[in-house]
Design a protein around this ligand. Sequence first.
Ligand code: CAA
Length: 360
Amino acid sequence: MHYWRTRLRGLGIYAFTQAPTLGVDTQPTGVGAYVSSAPPHQCIRLASQFCGTLVHDDEGIILLVFKTYSYFERTKDSMEIRKVGVIGCGLMGSGIAQTCAQAGYETIVREVAQDFLDKGMARIQGAWDMMLQKGKINEEQARDYKNHLRGTLDTKDLADCDLVIEAVIENMEEKLRLFPALDNALKPEALILSNTSSLNITQMGAVTKRADKVCGLHFFNPAPVMKLVEIVRTISTSDETVETVRAFAKSLGKTPVVAKDTAGFIVNFLLIPYLLAAIRMYENGLASKEDIDTAMKLGCGYPMGPLTLLDYVGLDTTLWAAEALYEEFKEPLYAPSPLLRRMVNSGMLGRKSGRGFYEY
Ligand code: CAA
């Protein structure tokens, strides 16, 4: 029998049980304790589903769900995460900060300028308003989420974070400036994770004094919705760091996979050549953009066609990823096409700039 430990944020109650099955008592109840031997993703699903109700198995009550809760799966090899920092409140940074705040972590997001911060925070608030409107959360939950999140322009405010995720621009020089600054600002035991989609994380770790506490945690856009995260292990990352990040990823409701620190990791190694092939197909006039998208949606069951996905991800992001892959492997299939380069140079970045393969 596996025992999972749950810590209830704010109230700090720990408990264990070995109840193997779960049922639901529809009788509403107030605030209570949360205990289960169910695996973490099941706990989270149950907790969000039955928030404020009593859940039990045949032998009696095993579960009372707190209105705000946070799940931690801890093994002896992982450290506890309470406070999370996010660097960058752009498309990915804001999605990551939203995800962490929703999971109950005290979350602080740092930007370099007030207008970037305001824009990112407004995006997050917009997502919560949308969830409220759709009835996916109630007003109290929306307030709870908001209370868990705060913005700053000062890296020093992240000093007591247990884990920091950087999601700044995909530019190695920028990251190599940021990592030593974080290394100096954070407490020694804090982990520093990069959301880079293709840059070398080993190099980022090497400019800190804690390379063993550095690894990748790559989210997918939209971060609050997409279930996967890639944990990217460098040659210096310790086992404890990987285990802590694995447990952290699960506590966010994500499914982690572990990849080596090679350009593109798992997903982009496969996805980028596909997206580049779609651009070449369109560029060479082999089919219309609409037909290329329809073909892959309906022929392969993908949620979006490749050109719509390119606009969604950002053409600049795709170009940087392709360049990093080409730099590492020198394979023609990773070479960015002239059209992609020209579109990026002319500011057609996709949804975020209002124009890419389509207009928004
Ligand atoms: N916060 C919370 N919920 C959100 C959200 C947010 N920011 N954004 C969307 N959602 C929710 C919506 O509320 C909706 O929920 P319900 O179904 O319960 O109503 C759900 O997500 C789906 O959203 P929509 O109804 O707006 O739209 P959709 O059904 O067309 O799905 C999509 C949109 C999830 C983006 C889907 O089209 C999809 O999966 N597309 C593919 C995305 C993809 O491949 N991403 C990976 C890109 S690669 C990458 O990111 C890595 C890289 O390095 C380049």
